[in-house]
Write a protein that binds this ligand. Structure first.
Ligand code: HEM
Length: 263
């Protein structure tokens, strides 16, 4: 190679310098290949692992939502039924465990599931953005990516905001002026007799229904159970459970706020 005056050459121009030495001089010292992380850490970093975590935590959260709804529907049977059920939850595990210990175990499990679900969702979103930093130039396939799937993040945020308000309304009482600890029946009526609050509950329950529909549908995909032959059963399953949960949950604020059901 010809050398321009004043240019610093990295080349070893001495005769006999072998190719390896010349290469090392021009490219720097050889860099050791990046060390492979341990299997579990490598797996956790993959999109597949995050989808599994989303699906498994989602199944746990879905189980809670269904059980919670079945318990709450006792409001239609009367005060004794709902309040006894709430007491039963606190006594669960007695006498083997002290009162409320099992309930606290379930609350901690629920918190872990919520945390895993949200963190995995955020990390998957970041991975997707990294893989496609420029937004789609062409119109997206809105049949495949239907309304429920496109709104997952928004319905998720509505559910988180709802749960914060809901705890302040019916568990801690700051958002419910007539709150009485240990009396969920009257607390529910005190809450839903305020029309704006009942409307907020109904909107949140519709968002939850949409979130559940897409979550239940994509859960099979995430777990690798996505044989196209089952698509119609998957859709029926997702629609059925989303509708049951939505109708059950909406019925309470709707029937109480309209006065169809009274205490
Ligand atoms: C209209 C629908 C709903 C009604 C009527 C309702 C009713 C209630 C009531 C009465 C309580 C207090 C229970 C007690 O003090 O023993 C409660 C607590 C709670 N609810 Fe709901 N709920 C509804 C929907 C939801 C949804 C959709 C979620 C979650 C996505 C949820 C999450 C919770 C949580 C985490 C607690 C606290 C449980 C505890 O710490 O023991 N609720 N709910």
């Amino acid at each position: 190679m010809t050398k321009v005056d004043g240019e610093i050459s990295t080349e070893d121009e001495s005769e006999g310098a072998d190719a390896a030495v010349r290469l090392a001089r021009s490219t720097g010292a050889p860099v050791a290949p990046a060390e492979e992380p341990p299997f579990l850490i490598g797996f956790y970093r993959s999109a597949v692992a995050k989808k599994w975590l989303m699906a498994i935590s989602g199944i746990a959260l879905f189980g809670f939502v269904v059980a919670h709804m079945v318990g709450n529907l006792k409001v239609f049977l009367g005060m004794a039924h709902l309040n006894e059920y709430a007491e039963w939850l606190r006594d669960l595990g007695e006498p083997a465990f002290p009162r409320t210990v099992v309930l606290w175990g379930m609350r901690i499990g629920l918190l872990v599931a919520v945390g895993v679900h949200i963190i995995a969702a955020a990390q998957l979103t970041r991975m997707n953005h990294k893989a496609r930093p420029v937004t789609y130039q062409s119109k997206r396939d809105y049949v495949a990516a239907n309304f429920a799937s496109r709104t997952m993040r928004w319905t998720g945020i509505i559910i988180v905001l709802f749960v914060i308000f809901h705890l302040m309304d019916l568990t801690w009482g700051q958002a419910n002026p007539d709150f009485v600890r240990g009396d969920p029946y009257n607390n529910l009526f005190n809450s839903f007799e305020r029309v704006p609050v009942a409307i907020a509950y109904i909107v949140a329950m519709l968002a939850l229904g949409l979130h559940l529909f897409h979550g239940l549908w994509s859960m099979f995909q995430s777990l690798g159970l996505n044989n196209p032959r089952w698509n119609s059963s998957r859709r029926t399953f997702a629609v059925a459970f989303a509708v049951i949960v939505t109708v059950g949950n909406v019925s309470m604020p709707l029937l109480i706020t309209t006065g169809v059901v009274n205490r």
